[in-house]
Design a protein around this ligand. Sequence first.
Ligand SMILES: Cc1cc2nc3c(=O)[nH]c(=O)nc-3n(C[C@H](O)[C@H](O)[C@H](O)COP(=O)(O)OP(=O)(O)OC[C@H]3O[C@@H](n4cnc5c(N)ncnc54)[C@H](O)[C@@H]3O)c2cc1C
Length: 381
Amino acid sequence: MDLSLDKKQLEYINLIRELGEQKIIPYSSKPVHSSDIPFDWQLIKMLGEHNLVCPTIPEEYGGLGLDRFTTALVMEEIAAICPGLAAVVDTNVHAVEPLLLAGSKQQKEEYLPALTGKDAELAAFALTEPTGGSYINGMTTNADKRPWGYVINGQKDYVLNAPLASFILLFAFTDNDNKSNSMRAFIVPADTPGCIIGSEHNLAALEYARTASISFENINLPNDLIIKEQEICSGYLLMGQTLDLGRALVGATAVGIARAAYDLAREFADTRLQNGVSIRHHQAIAHMLADMATKIELARLMTWKACWLIDKGGDYTVPSAMAKVTASTFAQQVTCMASDIMAARAFEKDSLIERLVRDARVLSTLEGTNNIQKNLIASLL
Ligand SMILES: Cc1cc2nc3c(=O)[nH]c(=O)nc-3n(C[C@H](O)[C@H](O)[C@H](O)COP(=O)(O)OP(=O)(O)OC[C@H]3O[C@@H](n4cnc5c(N)ncnc54)[C@H](O)[C@@H]3O)c2cc1C
């Protein structure tokens, strides 16, 4: 594994840092309460101008076709500036994964270009239901087969991008008595009659992003909106692969958040004087900074290894889960240590450090909780 970054990868990093300074930081440094104010499409437009709204879409469908490793670099940079924006992009990457893995050429041609270019739209990935996210077999959304397609009924919850998406990648069972063989993925255009987006959740994390429930009330989906290639592979496998691929990017988001907190704490430690001495010269503070930098490095290396395995076609399930658990756990520890260093200021509501603590906190829940990741890792040891 070669850890040096090539010219193109460094260009992406520099590009996002520049965009961050000019356009994203002025936005993300303001407190945002997602359901209180209209979604600001300007940040999406800005990423769209560089085709970064869904960077994994292959070039033949209008995208950049970035590999997983380069996508992780992009995600770390975006997350270091605006974690909610990283969640929006990450959700797009997630939503197109089943299409890339098992969609027909016609489906790819119809749905992937919409997420590319300067007018890129957004997509959502709907798996979790109100009754629970961890126990997948508890899912009750049902797709009833008809000669012309499917009638779908059910409800999904905590779906990122739901209020904004032009299509939703939906998982449902076609036979609730035979769940192990009947999970399928569907493409649901958001304007399908009966597809009802609920009111937005007012979440205290990833504030730029929008999350809502979705009800599917007798929606009629034609046969060409089921991801057909699944007839030759199980829907469970498709869902599992999508989540495995996505977890490595949660690792990258966690590294970006931890890095942002470390930078704040380090700057504060340099300039904060107590009894005439910069607090950085106290060994207790210096050791905390050393621990933070080490945890960030470790999390990044695990994330990069998982992404490298994905790109090389290696077995990435366990490394990806390990990267997600480690990076999200470390992000929580690093943001809390930063908060300790900054002391009273860290408790100013909606200050950057206070928001980073909350953003780091939610990553242990996203894309399969860390408990579920440990179950997965243990089952494959
Ligand atoms: C900001 C945000 C964005 C989200 N975006 C999306 C999205 O875009 N699409 C989507 O489909 N979902 C999304 N989710 C939902 C997320 O995937 C679920 O919250 C997650 O899977 C956990 O489900 P749950 O909240 O129902 O918790 P539960 O499944 O009820 O779990 C509760 C607790 O019990 C533990 N637990 C449950 N079962 C086990 C077990 N077998 N072993 C050990 N521990 C267990 C869990 O680890 C957790 O600690 C999002 C959630 C948040 C907070």
